[in-house]
Design a protein around this ligand. Structure first.
Ligand code: MD3
Ligand code: FE
Length: 219
């Protein structure tokens, strides 16, 4: 498989700095492409301390996405509910410190999208293998819903399902490729969203995986 399948634009292509994706959602195509190798190296270091794991929903279902976190807090789910926790429940220790490369990228992306001084205290790291999916949900465990969420897609491309403010709204499908960064704020902050089952592939940097970083201000 060739590099072109995943990265149709050369690194110096003259792409717009940002394009509106919908109300309050801005896509920065390939914004993270140059720093992707260092982001992925940092994912390896985080997951060496707090390994990827399949969380269980309050309903008792094992999630098909594998997750870990870094930063002051991490998102966790178990039979008692969803929450942000300062400790990794697997180790009983704090989550790994957010790498400087993560924080720098997230702040620059938020700034480029019109959200100055973004101060994320959590980064949820999701790992997808072929067939992995994330069903429609809202992200509403964060206390300050005025802050955006910044998402970074790495490795294999995915189909993002972008619904409305009601679960029943039929989702639009948006392709997210390696290096794409999306900033979700304003009216898009509470939309239902998910990821369609990942198609098989082989990416030069991640192999058969897709990694997604989501930066959040939880308090
Ligand atoms: C729109 N992650 O971690 S990233 C999640 O690709 C999550 O792993 C997906 O949904 C992934 O919660 C999608 C894009 C995204 C993330 C959070 C959002 C879009 C969002 C929160 C509100 C609205
Ligand atoms: Fe989400």
């Amino acid at each position: 498989m060739t590099f072109d399948l995943f990265d149709p634009l050369p690194p110096d292509a003259d792409v717009p700095a940002s394009e509106p994706l919908g109300p309050g959602a801005v896509v920065l195509r390939a914004f993270a492409r140059e720093v992707a190798p260092s982001l992925l190296a940092a994912v390896g270091e985080v997951s060496a301390s707090s390994p990827f794991r399949h969380l269980v929903t309050p309903g008792g279902l094992r999630m098909s996405v594998a997750m870990t976190n870094c930063g002051e807090r991490g998102w966790v789910s178990d039979r008692t509910g969803y929450r942000y926790d300062a400790l990794d429940p697997e180790s009983g220790r704090p989550w790994p410190v957010m790498p400087t490369s993560f924080l720098d990228l997230a702040v620059r992306a938020a700034d480029a999208a019109g959200y100055p001084a973004f101060a994320p205290d959590a980064c949820l790291i999701n790992r997808y293998l072929p067939g992995t999916r994330l069903s429609l949900h809202q992200d509403r465990d964060e206390l300050d819903l005025r802050a955006p969420i910044v998402s970074v897609s790495l490795g294999l491309p995915a189909v993002f399902l972008w619904g409305g403010l009601r679960r029943a709204d039929r989702p639009a499908r948006v392709r997210l490729a390696h290096g794409d960064v999306v900033v979700w704020g304003g009216p898009s902050r509470l939309v239902f969203h998910g990821i369609a089952p990942l198609a098989a592939g082989d990416h030069p940097l991640t192999g058969r995986e897709r990694i997604n970083l989501t930066f959040r201000k939880t308090r």
